[in-house]
Design a protein around this ligand. Sequence first.
Ligand code: ZN
Length: 46
Amino acid sequence: MKDVKLDPSEESVYECFACGTVVTAIAPGSCPDCGADMRNRGTPIE
Ligand SMILES: [Zn+2]
């Protein structure tokens, strides 16, 4: 497993655990739709 160090000034894609909403942000915190936890998809926009 790779130890990926995220650049805090770099936006990442996050997906909501609960509703699947996808947001691009530096630190989304919680889902803008339902307030659930977000997870980093680890997929840079190409
Ligand atoms: Zn959500």
